[in-house]
Design a protein around this ligand. Structure first.
Ligand SMILES: [Zn+2]
Length: 635
């Protein structure tokens, strides 16, 4: 009896710990790139995302989040992490026009994923300054790190640890087959595995290194003939750096190091097919991206298990048929299964990096990112969204399970993160940066402007800027710019800008689909610093467009038709208030009342919410508000 009462007391103590005001508050912000609200809700309704489901049951969920206009990854992330819109934070597209305007034309731009054009303070700087240990994993605008570190004193900068693997220094993924790298009888190896008469070898280059592969018969493997691939840096090496087997139950190799431009980067191999003669095979090699850390104190830095990062998975190889015949081309699902393996491998790498930090236990804010949902949504939503011209319900049904599986990979990773958070009293927020719409027609905006006499094209079909009055910018920002004199290469006097804009509208309003004769450009927006859309800024254009369902933008000038058909795809750039562009937003943790249902929320509310949970002041210049009710008074 006494023992029982004691146990009960211990239980009470533990249960109240998470809500104790002395327990440091913590937040994990997990961004599922491209997870559309309409897609995610459907998968939730099928009961296939158990961890997100648990978050929603025990926490909060939204009817849809309005992120940014354009609904692009770089832009929405900058809104999440600075709490202000693009005209203030500087990130107005996946690319932005170079500054200063006097030195650069409207055809010169830089990446909006990098921190160089970022002009507002990211939330990780605020938390580090407040003395809270902060980690970021592959978050847009965190790299180059100097933009953030320069905002902190050295004593504050020790609280900020950033990891980044999208610098662009990479070896791109490829599929290696016997057609691309023929095998020959093995010769000159010193490993004992080469002694069997059936052993065959190949060589392949990755980055600046050549690798040797030996197909051999593993005596401990019941499969007859060649059943194993050993990888060596040199045939005279006494052992393999990696060893893999083909088939279903197998997995990716350990990380293998190569060199590119003086940097070490890591790749892995997956042997999808191998015949017993060792002469026919299909092998996937992951991308390998240089991973940088803002501090040598980043947990695990220097270790292959932490530095190995593919950055992106096999979506491009899938779409070009390298993983096998796709479902859309009559395949049996094998290519999709392979694609999902590459995506799972990427999320395992992210999981390893994040878990290493979580197990250290010192984080107060942790921001993590995974592109898996975006990659699969681009590849598949064009077949799932009934808004495309030739929507085929039976194909949609065939493709759907692969899209579900991509979300499940995110959900698995979420489950691991929630496990840690439930032990350390942490809050978890899951957000996405935009939705996804099926498209199968493209609007070549600049061709329409050329036909209206507003844009000139060189004989080589590039834009002739000195004779161009308006152009759709090559920035992925849904904007047309007037080529005014206030930027280098401009020809339009500022007082004529409105007249040119009127001509642009007139030209674009006129465009009709040649098949359906419906209007293609459905809405125009001028730069604004108010309302839900707020497009505009010095690095973007002067008129923003939205398109009818099924259409996407192109800035190409080497095409003949203003409107043309394309392969179905998932795309995002459109007005964030469009139902298909709505993002997801969920929150879970001690401060979140179970079963909370938010109606529409905004990306600008994410930073104030995180600051609120962490007990930090919300700066008055932030336009958003915390999504949570006021913190309970300390008992
Ligand atoms: Zn995307």
């Amino acid at each position: 009896m006494g023992g029982r009462a004691c146990l009960f007391a211990v239980f009470l103590l533990t249960a109240s710990l998470a809500f104790d005001s002395n327990t440091p508050s913590r937040v994990i912000l997990f961004v599922w790139d491209g997870a559309a609200q309409w897609v995610t809700s459907r998968i939730l309704a099928e009961g296939k995302l158990p961890n997100l489901q648990r978050m929603i049951r025990e926490g909060a969920w939204s009817d849809g989040m309005i992120t940014s206009f354009p609904t692009k990854t770089a832009v929405a992330h900058a809104v999440f992490t600075t709490g202000v819109y693009g005209h203030t934070n500087g990130i107005t597209g996946n690319s932005v026009l170079l500054a200063p305007a006097s030195d650069h034309t409207r055809l010169e731009w830089e990446s909006g994923f990098f921190s160089n054009p970022l002009r507002a303070e990211p939330i990780w700087v605020k938390t580090a300054r407040a003395g809270l240990m902060t980690y970021t994993f592959h978050v847009p605008q965190s790299y180059p790190f100097q933009n953030s570190l320069d905002r902190l004193r050295p004593a504050e900068a020790v609280n900020l640890r950033m990891l980044y693997g999208y610098s662009g220094l990479r070896v791109t993924a490829e599929v290696i087959t016997h057609q691309r790298a023929a095998t020959v009888a093995a010769r000159g190896w010193v490993v004992p595995e080469a002694e069997g008469s059936e052993a065959r070898e190949l060589s392949f280059r990755v980055g600046e290194r050549v690798f040797w592969g030996l197909f051999f018969d593993d005596p401990f493997d019941l499969a007859s003939g060649c059943d194993t691939l050993g990888i060596a840096k040199d045939k005279s090496d006494g052992e393999f750096v990696a060893r893999i087997k083909p088939g279903d139950g197998e997995s990716f190799s350990v990380p293998i190091a190569t060199i590119l431009q003086g940097e070490e980067l890591w790749f892995s191999l997956r042997l999808f097919e191998l015949d017993e003669t060792g002469s026919r095979f299909l092998m996937y090699r992951t991308s390998g991206e240089a991973v940088y850390a803002s501090s040598q104190a980043f947990p695990g830095i220097g270790e292959p298990g932490i530095e190995a990062f593919a950055a992106n998975a096999g979506d491009v190889l899938y779409e070009t048929g390298w993983l096998g015949k796709t479902l859309m081309e009559g395949g049996d699902g094998l290519a999709e299964k392979r694609l999902l393996e590459t995506e799972a491998h990427l999320n395992e790498q992210i999981g390893a990096q994040v878990e290493r930090v979580l197990s250290q236990g010192d984080y107060r804010l942790l921001i993590m990112y995974s592109p898996v949902t975006d990659e699969l949504s681009h590849a598949l939503v064009g077949y799932i969204d009934p808004g495309v011209t030739d929507f085929d319900a039976s194909m949609a049904e065939k493709v759907w399970p692969t899209l579900v599986a991509a979300h499940q990979l995110q959900d698995d990773l979420l489950g691991k993160v929630m496990d840690h958070a439930s032990r350390d009293g942490g809050h978890v927020m899951v957000v996405s940066d935009h939705g996804m719409a099926g498209t199968d027609r493209v609007l070549n905006v600049n061709l329409a402007l050329a036909q209206a006499g507003l844009l000139a094209i060189h004989p080589d079909r590039s834009i002739d800027l000195p004779r161009t009055k308006a152009l759709y910018l090559p920035l992925g920002d849904a904007s047309v710019a007037v080529n005014t004199l206030d930027r280098k290469g401009g020809i339009v006097p500022l007082e004529e800008k409105q007249a040119v804009l009127a001509r642009v509208r007139e030209a674009l309003e006129r465009i009709r689909d040649p098949e359906s004769s419906q209007r293609v450009v459905t809405a125009f927006f001028e730069p604004s610093t108010q309302g839900l859309l707020q497009p505009g800024g010095s690095g973007t254009g002067d008129l923003f467009l939205d398109l009818a369902r099924g259409y996407y933008f192109s800035d190409r000038t080497d095409r003949d038709e203003v409107v043309s058909r394309t392969t179905p795809a998932g795309e995002h750039i459109f007005m964030p208030t469009r139902r298909d562009m709505h993002a997801i937003c969920a929150a879970w943790g001690p401060r979140v009342r179970p079963g909370t249902q938010w109606s529409r929320v905004r990306a600008i509310d994410v930073a104030p919410t995180v600051l609120d949970v962490l007990g930090l002041p919300i700066p008055s210049e932030l336009p958003g508000r915390s999504l949570l009710p006021e913190a309970p008074l300390v008992q």
